[in-house]
Design a protein around this ligand. Structure first.
Ligand code: BES
Ligand code: ZN
Ligand code: ZN
Length: 493
């Protein structure tokens, strides 16, 4: 699929489909000329309430008489005042979803002049590419018939001189998201810690990222006992994956991203109920966010040192599995009483965060499908964000506002710490049911020492739910982590 900018006026475009964003409160010259071309139809549709221009709406007009295009796709752009790049990305996404089942070869999207043209071009590009991935790679039907060959961007984007750079940036970020999605969507029989490490090695070769993989001997030697404890119930041994992007000076402290890589989470001996257990193949979504972010960061040649850390395990029950009541000597030296083997994410992250502190990082961001409690708190719209540093919090929020991946801050008050007090060890791995997302974050905080740190609990946003922009994995986090690194690199804008 080629995306390019074309100088054709929208009303002269001759391809198969033209998508035009139309506002709820559409007015002025454009509204008049559009309505003139299509015989006052928008006014008529609005009059009958068949079409209001609300975001999420779309209508196809067949062979519109006043235009040269085969189909006109009107996409609701919402209120003019709330139009921004995130709306642009999501309507481009919707537009492409609407047409992609058909055999259209040439389509166009009209960029409206309400947002910065460069950022709009990037957002449209992202929306189109994100919409092109479906998460149904295991369907054997031939999809080649429906591949759109060319997408033309018309309208306001023309004023932008560096337009190719914006298209390229959008392509890199969206394709990295799609490749993360593809890995997340792999079921447990096709993805395990060993294969995840192989994926990391493939990526590193393809994009020139440094990679180091620890197997059992190295994990043992380095005392990563919390990682080992979770993995011990599975026949698949754990891996610890270290990715290094060297964009800055050799001695510059790195930005570190840590992703939870549980390739399947059955709960272990604290077995989960069967209902929806299959969704736990996406318990590696944090790891894949880190993989995707490093891919994008390498391709964008970000001039910063960035390290990605992925503890990868499979959490299964067996005769060798860890038991509730077991005590682990974590890598940091702190001891953990395992009350519930289903709270495994925080165990593997404990060792990974401790390892991160040995890298003397600028800051650390971990991302994990960590708690069902976070889903209860925030649903499927925003991920939970916990930070021990105000400045880092601001930076992450700024990145998230640019990518449209929504976050909401939750607290880290010390009063919550008592929930994980253990009678026999330095801490236990679960508290009471109340504030479960927060106590999980408090647990992680035990292992970050004095590092500047944020934790993203993405348990509620790892998979699309009905009515959202697709199915399967969302790829949440890839673009925000990459954007965060981009924003740190002051040589780019
Ligand atoms: N992977 C789950 C969290 C999760 C839940 C992710 C729902 C996505 C959707 C995690 O390992 C887990 O099982 N957490 C437990 C913790 C509890 C035992 C304290 C949970 O949230 O129930
Ligand atoms: Zn679990
Ligand atoms: Zn889990």
């Amino acid at each position: 699929m080629k995306i390019r900018v074309t100088t054709t006026e929208w009303d002269r475009y001759e391809g198969d489909v033209l998508a035009i964003p139309v506002f709820e409160d559409e007015a002025g010259e454009f509204a008049a000329s559009l309505d003139a071309k299509i015989g006052g139809l928008i006014e008529e549709l609005k009059g009958t309430q068949e079409w209001t221009g609300r975001q999420g709406e779309s209508t196809i007009l067949y062979r519109p008489a006043g235009l040269k295009v085969g189909r006109l796709l009107l996409v609701g752009a919402g209120k003019r005042a709330s139009f921004n790049v995130n709306v642009v990305r999501s309507i481009a996404n919707l537009a492409f979803r609407r047409i992609k089942g058909s055999s259209f070869k040439r389509a166009a999207f009209l960029c409206r002049d309400e947002v910065d043209p460069g950022r709009a071009v990037q957002a449209v590009t992202e929306g189109l590419i994100l919409a092109s991935y479906d998460g149904d790679d295991y369907k054997t039907e031939d999809k080649s018939r429906t591949l759109v060959e060319e997408i033309h961007l018309l309208g306001k984007c023309l004023d932008e001189s560096a337009v190719d750079r914006h298209i390229e940036r959008g392509e890199i970020l969206a394709y990295a998201t799609n490749s993360a999605r593809r890995i997340i969507n792999e079921p447990g029989n096709r993805m395990n810690p060993r294969l995840l490490a192989e994926k990391a090695q493939e990526l590193s070769e393809k994009y020139g990222i440094g990679v180091e993989v620890w197997g059992e001997p190295e994990l043992k030697k380095n005392g990563m006992n919390a990682v080992m404890a979770v993995a011990q119930g599975s026949d698949e041994p754990a891996r610890f994956i270290i990715l290094r992007h060297q964009g800055g000076a050799g001695n510059e402290p790195p930005i570190v991203f840590v992703g939870k890589g549980v390739t399947f989470d059955s709960g272990g001996l604290s077995l989960k109920p069967a209902q929806s257990m299959e969704e736990m193949k996406s318990d590696k979504a944090g790891a894949c966010a880190v993989l995707g972010a490093l891919q994008a960061i390498a391709q964008l040649r970000v001039k910063k040192n960035v390290v990605g850390l992925i503890p990868a395990v499979e959490n299964l029950p067996s005769g060798r599995a860890q038991r509730p009541g077991d005590v682990i000597h974590s890598m940091s030296g702190k001891t953990i009483e395992v009350i519930n083997t289903d709270a495994e994410g925080r165990l593997i992250l404990a060792d990974a965060l401790h390892y991160a502190s040995s890298l003397n990082p600028q800051f650390v961001v971990d991302i994990a499908t960590l708690t069902g409690a976070c889903v209860v708190a925030l649903g499927h719209v925003r991920a939970g964000l916990f930070c021990n540093d105000e400045d880092l919090f601001q930076r992450i929020m700024r990145a998230s506002e640019q990518t449209g991946e929504k976050l909401w801050r939750l607290p880290l008050d010390d009063e919550y710490r008592k929930e994980i007090r253990s009678e026999i060890a330095d801490m236990k791995n679960v508290g009471s049911r109340s504030g479960g997302a927060i106590t999980a974050a408090k647990f992680l905080q035990e292992f970050v020492g004095s590092m500047r740190w944020c934790h993203i609990d993405m348990a509620g946003v790892d998979l699309f739910k009905d009515g959202q922009e697709g199915k399967g994995a969302t790829g949440f986090g890839v673009r925000t982590l990459a954007q965060l690194a981009l924003d740190e690199d002051f040589s780019t804008d």
